[in-house]
Design a protein around this ligand. Structure first.
Ligand code: PLP
Length: 389
């Protein structure tokens, strides 16, 4: 080939999930694999009305190049929204990004040198591993239990540039860190001089109780916080945000300018128009109720069909169940059997930076109707039987 690849390009891999999704998009497959929100929750009418208003009232501004920091009223909305969750920040600390995925890339660009340490949970969000990989970090995994990272396990992260954490309804494990664990982890990180990158796209999707305040509230000067509109409005908008300590903001902004100049101004204005008068207070509870019913359907189906030796968490928010199959079972090898039965899941191995647990898998409960969930889980159990036959 005429082109010589950069070292960072060699480190890029196709997303395992996107590859699996290609298979699962075959007609007739019940896919519990995707990480997509339910399209039934997208507020189409509100978006249509807001789009028309923005185009009628401010078409020239909305369609023009805009500030790299983001649309000022939306930044202010984000600061007020976070204050309600216990995180006091100034709107000038809010950078509106093209999805929180871009926030992860910008954080990587600004904080990681080749060979520098980055600590993650075991398991962690695959998309973050992908975002950081081109910057060539040495990734270390912190041991976790059902309540998140073990504070004593943080010592492996000593000297790392940051610790990447998902305290609310983690993708993939579904777990939510308790308030005491948040305090312990934040304090242990602080004692180590280890900054935290806190990623929170699912925090609003709680079922019974609001999750405890963000880690950033406990240690604001040492924590970068990422949020998203993808799961409460629609991911196609590509709207997220990074909130950083003031010392970091100029560099994140410069990285953003180099990447894409700014996040689409039209989308920001439309979203601000939709949410500015409390729309989310009405809308998000409808998503929670829907997802909770779906969670209940999957829980019942797992209890009914899965054989002895399988374990799962019961998520109290978010979109995912995390299943541990009997020791010695390989979920990647199980997938073709499951697809033959007519369902799909994501093997858990992709979510580990190291020492992957081959007997794990992730199931999404939000996009498939309850009766299909029931059928899908029955097929999963049959695939397990077939694999062991
Ligand atoms: C943990 C986590 N972080 C970030 C993202 C990216 O979200 P966004 O649509 O805001 O880019 C996702 C998407 O699924 C996610 O699960």
């Amino acid at each position: 080939m005429i082109f010589q690849m950069a070292r960072r390009a060699e480190r890029m891999n196709p997303s395992v999930i996107r590859e699996i999704l290609k298979v699962t998009e075959q007609p007739g497959i019940i896919s519990l694999a995707g990480g997509l929100p339910s399209p039934d929750t997208f507020p189409v009418e509100a978006m249509r009305a807001a789009s028309e208003k923005v185009l009628r009232d401010t078409p020239r501004e909305a369609l023009q190049y805009a500030a790299s920091e983001g649309y000022a009223p939306l930044r202010e909305w984000v600061a007020a929204h976070l204050a309600a969750q216990g995180l006091q920040v100034d709107a000038t600390q809010v950078l509106i990004t093209t999805g929180s995925q871009q926030g992860l890339d910008l954080v990587g660009k600004v904080l990681i040198d080749a060979g520098s340490g980055v600590a993650v949970e075991r398991p962690t969000y695959l998309g973050a591993l992908q975002a950081f990989a081109p910057y060539e970090p040495e990734v270390v995994s912190v041991d976790c239990d059902d309540d998140g990272p073990l504070p004593a396990g943080l010592s492996v992260a000593r000297g790392a540039r940051f610790l990447y954490l998902l305290p609310n309804f983690q993708n993939p494990s579904g777990r939510c860190m308790s308030a005491p664990r948040r305090a312990q982890v934040s304090d242990a990180a602080r004692a180590l001089g280890l900054p935290i990158v806190e990623d929170n796209p699912y925090g609003d999707l709680w079922f019974d109780h609001e999750p405890p305040p963000p880690l950033a509230a406990r240690w604001p000067e040492g924590t970068v916080y990422l949020g998203s509109f993808s799961k409460v409005l629609a991911p196609g908008l590509r709207l997220g945000y990074v909130v950083a300590p003031p010392a970091l903001c100029p560099k994140l902004l410069q990285a953003k300018q180099a990447a894409d100049l700014h996040t689409p101004g039209f989308n920001q204005r439309v979203v601000h128009e939709v949410i500015r008068n409390g729309f989310l207070n009405e809308h998000v509870p409808t998503i929670r109720a829907r997802y909770q019913a779906q969670r209940d359907a999957m829980r019942a189906a797992l209890e009914r069909h899965m054989p002895a030796g399988c374990h799962w968490n019961v998520p109290v928010g978010g979109m995912f169940f995390w299943v541990e199959l009997p020791e010695g079972t390989d979920a990647t090898a199980l997938l073709p059997h499951a697809v033959k039965q007519g369902m799909a899941f994501v093997p858990g191995a992709a979510f580990f930076a190291d020492h992957a647990k081959a007997n794990t898998l992730r199931l999404s409960f939000v996009t498939v109707a309850p009766d299909e969930i029931e059928r899908g889980i029955r097929m999963l159990a049959l695939a397990l039987q077939e694999q062991h036959a």
